[in-house]
Design a binder for this molecule. Structure first.
Ligand code: ZN
Length: 228
């Protein structure tokens, strides 16, 4: 994507923020930050931080699993599409490694969903409207983040896992084509969902459309090297 800068390292792994991530933060928090209410602005701030950390946990799950399965990560990037984990070398060919590295991302979101849900149900939290709102929102956001990433489309985790799985019985090119076509269907579905004026869903539709059109066009190229 665009210009990016390093914000720090986690266990030696550099974490970058792309300028498009700032746009994402503004879109997320806009309603809260422009509300004029200090309470709403505080909620917005905590939600933005919580969502950024949730994405970071998702990418770290890919990175740590990759590291233990013989695919060391090179860096993590937070961007307008959420995030990406980049690898220092080529992806290992075995399907099970690629499936595990893919699916651990959405799995981490479902774990966060469960944790935030439990937290929001604690009596001390339920008695505090402010904390209850933040934890409840972060639980729901992680649930949808996990579900969205399981969509059988590039460059999502579900698409990469399905490509690896299909590749065990079909040629790599056929597997890529099938996921690419499913991804174009997913893009059409998001157009349908966003047609009533939800800009956010239309942006997702365009991103999925471009990525999967590219995958179908270049099905002969080697597998995706980036894990979002
Ligand atoms: Zn992922």
């Amino acid at each position: 994507m665009g210009a990016k800068f390093e914000i720090g390292r986690i266990a030696g792994l550099p974490v970058f923020i792309d300028v498009s991530f700032i746009v994402l933060i503004v879109l997320w928090g806009e309603g809260y930050f422009t509300s004029g209410s200090t309470v709403q602005m505080s909620i917005g701030f905590l939600l933005v931080v919580g969502l950024a950390l949730s994405i970071l946990v998702h990418e770290l799950a890919h990175a740590v699993t990759g590291y233990h399965l013989g695919v060391p990560p090179s860096h993590i990037e937070l961007n307008g599409f959420g995030g990406l984990c980049y690898w220092a070398g080529p992806m290992r060919p075995e399907a099970w490694r690629r499936i595990a590295i893919s699916l651990v991302g959405p799995l981490s979101n479902f774990v966060l969903y469960f944790l935030f849900l439990q937290l929001s149900q604690l009596p001390v939290v339920m008695g505090n409207r402010f904390v209850f709102t933040v934890t409840g929102y972060l639980a729901i956001a992680n649930w949808y983040m996990g579900l969205f990433n399981l969509f059988p489309a590039f460059p999502l985790d579900g698409g990469k896992a399905l490509e690896a799985l299909l590749g065990t019985v079909l040629s790599a090119m056929t597997a890529r084509l099938i996921v690419g076509v499913l991804g174009l269907c997913a893009a059409a579905y998001f157009v349908y969902l966003g047609i009533n004026g939800n800009t956010w869903l239309l942006v997702i539709a365009v991103m999925l459309g471009l990525a999967n059109y590219d995958a179908v066009q270049g099905a002969k190229r080697p597998p995706w090297q980036r894990w979002n």
